[in-house]
Design a protein around this ligand. Structure first.
Ligand code: AR6
Length: 231
């Protein structure tokens, strides 16, 4: 079994999944396993072809807003590889802002294997969904539906048949789902971001005024959804 990220002495620094995580301890033991944690992929920046620079700015703006408001929670931006451009951009921009690195950090790993492969406990994971809330396609959506088992599709369908761009949908996972039993993930939050890919539905044709507005709404809706299940 992987160890959870924990520390019994002050200001330990651990490397997990290839990223630096500062485990902060105030006089004694602090275990991160009790802190509500949301892991999320960068919405719209792969299949939906949203500009990475603009997306990174929006991620940081929305993350900062959330962490300044909420005391006891962590947000983790995840991507598959160390070469991830969006992770590098976000890390560089985060360093220039005043964001608590205990409350927000980046992590390299498969979002469906964060605990079993990376030792990172997350209660909730976000999915970069499609408007029909269907399994398959590619990217995070295909990986999450496949790892969660048929339970995710069933629970999703009970709640909604489709999603509008900029909106999120919180779906509780039954304990029989492997994502729950193996990874400790109790909720998947589907998010539909703006699409700039002409091969996909609702393409915004490079309208970044509209696109940026919709991406901001998507992160607001995602983080509100996470806040609603934190306790
Ligand atoms: N673990 C962590 N990050 C991942 C994983 C994974 N298993 N897979 C992809 N990423 P994308 P979008 C990262 O394409 O741009 C689907 O087909 C990826 O590197 O998943 O919002 C849906 O059905 C990138 O940084 O989402 C939609 O039609 C981020 O996740 C469409 O793609 C988002 O990439 C949504 O496109």
């Amino acid at each position: 079994q992987p160890e959870d990220i924990s520390s019994s002495s002050g200001n330990a620094k651990e490397i997990k999944g290839g990223e630096d995580i500062v485990v902060h301890s105030v006089d004694g033991t602090v275990s991160s396993k009790d802190i509500p944690t949301l892991a999320f992929p960068s919405i719209s920046t792969a299949d939906f072809q949203f500009n990475h620079e603009k997306a990174a700015d929006i991620i940081l703006e929305k993350v900062e807003e959330f962490v300044n408001k909420v005391e006891n929670a962590r947000l983790v931006l995840v991507d598959l590889s160390h070469g991830s451009k969006i992770l590098s951009l976000v890390r560089a921009k985060a360093a220039q802002r005043n964001i608590d690195s205990n409350k927000f950090f980046t992590f390299v790993g498969d979002i469906t294997r964060l605990y079993s492969k990376g030792g990172l406990r997350c209660n909730a994971i976000a999915n970069a969904a499609n408007w029909r809330l269907k399994p398959g396609g590619g990217g995070a959506n295909a990986a999450i539906f496949s790892a969660a088992g048929p339970e995710l599709e069933v629970e999703t369908k009970k709640r909604a048949g489709s999603l509008i761009p900029g909106k999120a949908l919180v779906v509780p996972l039954p304990s029989t789902s492997p994502l729950f039993s193996r990874e400790g993930v109790t909720h998947v939050i589907h998010v539909l971001g703006p699409n700039m890919n002409r091969q996909r539905p609702n393409c915004l044709n490079n309208d970044y005024v509209k696109g940026s507005k919709v991406l901001r709404e998507a992160y607001t809706s995602l983080f509100e959804g996470f806040a609603s299940i934190m306790n």
